[in-house]
Write a protein that binds this ligand. Structure first.
Ligand code: FAD
Length: 430
């Protein structure tokens, strides 16, 4: 078994150095070269803005090349909580944004001709307990009533049409969701941003950002491992990997590890038995498993095997935990080899919501959790629009945004195992 990201073996993540030295000044400097930063840069460059993307590692190195590739409707927060917390009007806009964000990914893939296996294959949520399934009917009716969006309930007796497993109590299908190869998508996005005219610098770590005022002109001085650059605006798109270079944003982010295994390539008939409709699948627990087939018929099986951000140790331990989980779902895979294991870090916030707006005068978007393939792409394009003077129609801008408590925040995560234990307890009792 290789401790490496299977997706990254399917494409060369672009190594792009625009020129050895940074330009002196640009209109916009983007910190972070994942979906969010690259989508923002693509939009800005297409609109004639001089933009640079500064990426500490290689483009797509963060969560954007390591994820499950599930392009999902909705948000992490259950719909009743969303409505209760923000009211019906705001909740409607937020849900609509989640649908719009999938269209946004699809449009970029089409326009830029990105070869990333994008397909509207739908997602399936499976119920781990009868009580979870009992709640599905109400949840689907609420989503239909409030958001005019269709979700289909699958009783246990029909579940074999959707999944080759008998352990669940039923499911819910949303045909709007999609799947893609995340590494190929982020690589395509990087090339698209560059083609549009954005300057991309890899191996360029931002170390600090200073606000400067000269004769009432406000500018940012962005210090990097490759020298400093002046920018009229800055977009922070550093996700769960945000560092002390931007301490105010870092305090808001709860970095949570997620891990994935990929099996050897399966015979086509076995792959079809496991996932007859090739759905993006996840279960109903807090400490959930998510899984799917890859385009070359491997089972890719992920979950929060350890809550900590990835290290060599957590990756190794996760392989066993996830393999046991996979065989629990699919006993058919008892003798199947696991060929890859890897981990990545998700950007959660205390209220489990995405947020965007300005922090210390800089634009930011974060908190995409397990919905970032679509959301990060959409937020990046929206932030670019704001800079170009578009009206602000981001329903997540301005909602209360509390920082993460000590012990859970990025750079100080000692309490994460306690949070993990709490969710396991919830899964046991609810
Ligand atoms: C294992 C795993 C599975 C997931 N599965 C799914 C899924 O199936 N569906 C889904 O929608 N979402 C999923 N997600 C979440 C999704 O991948 C993320 O929400 C999304 O990729 C975030 O994109 P981003 O551009 O905001 O951040 P990232 O892709 O993490 O990019 C941030 C970049 O910023 C760079 N950076 C940080 N600090 C600096 C600095 N100081 N200077 C320069 N560069 C810096 C980092 O190197 C990094 O490359 C998953 C995440 C993980 C880890």
């Amino acid at each position: 078994m290789q401790e490496k990201n299977f997706w990254a073996t399917t494409v060369d993540l672009p190594a792009i150095v625009a020129s050895p030295n940074l330009a002196d000044s640009v209109d916009v400097a983007v910190v972070g070269g994942g979906y969010c930063g690259l989508s923002a840069a693509r939009t800005l460059a297409k609109r004639g803005v001089k933009v640079v993307v500064l990426e500490a590692e290689t483009f797509g190195w963060g969560a954007s090349s390591r994820n499950g590739g599930m392009v999902l409707t909705g948000m992490k927060l259950p719909v009743p909580t969303l409505i209760e917390r923000y009211g019906r009007e705001a909740a409607r806009k937020m849900y609509a944004a989640s649908l719009d964000s999938i269209d946004c990914v699809e449009q970029i893939v089409r326009e830029e001709n990105i070869d990333c296996n994008f397909s509207r294959c739908g997602h399936l949520e499976v119920a781990c307990k009868q009580a979870h399934f009992d709640g599905y009917e109400e949840s689907a009716a609420l989503i239909k009533r409030e958001f005019d969006h269709e979700i289909r309930i699958i009783p246990k007796s029909e579940l074999r049409d959707e999944i080759g497993s008998d352990i669940y109590f039923g499911g819910m299908v949303d045909e709007t969701s999609a799947g893609l190869n995340p590494a190929r998508y982020v690589a395509g996005l990087a090339h698209a941003a560059q083609r549009a005219g954005a300057c991309l610098y890899d191996h360029t770590r931002v170390t600090s950002v200073e606000l400067e005022r000269n004769n009432n002109v406000r500018k940012f001085r962005v210090h990097t491992s490759r020298g400093a650059i002046t920018a009229r605006e800055v977009i922070l798109a550093s996700g769960a990997y945000t560092t002390d270079a931007t301490p105010a944003l870092r305090k808001k982010i709860i970095p949570i590890g997620s891990y994935i295994i990929a099996t050897e390539t399966l015979p086509a008939d076995l792959a079809r038995e496991l996932s007859p409709r090739n759905r993006m699948i996840y279960d109903s627990k807090h400490f959930l498993y998510y899984y799917r087939l890859t385009p070359d018929n491997r089972v890719l099986f992920g979950g929060r095997a350890a809550f900590f951000p990835e290290t060599e140790n957590t990756v190794r331990q996760s392989a066993d935990i996830l393999r046991r989980g996979m065989i629990g779902v699919y006993p058919q895979l008892r003798d199947t080899k696991v060929e890859f294991v890897w981990g990545g870090t998700l950007d959660f916030t205390l209220d489990v919501m995405p947020h965007a707006g300005k922090i210390d005068g800089m634009y930011f978007a974060t908190g995409f959790a397990g919905h970032g393939v679509a959301a990060a792409t959409w937020f990046g394009a929206k932030l670019a629009g704001l800079i170009c003077g578009d009206p602000n129609d981001i329903p997540f801008d301005g909602i209360p945004f509390r920082g993460a408590p000590l012990g859970l925040r990025s750079g100080n995560t000692w309490a994460l195992p306690l949070a993990g234990a709490w969710y396991r307890l919830l899964d046991f009792f609810t």
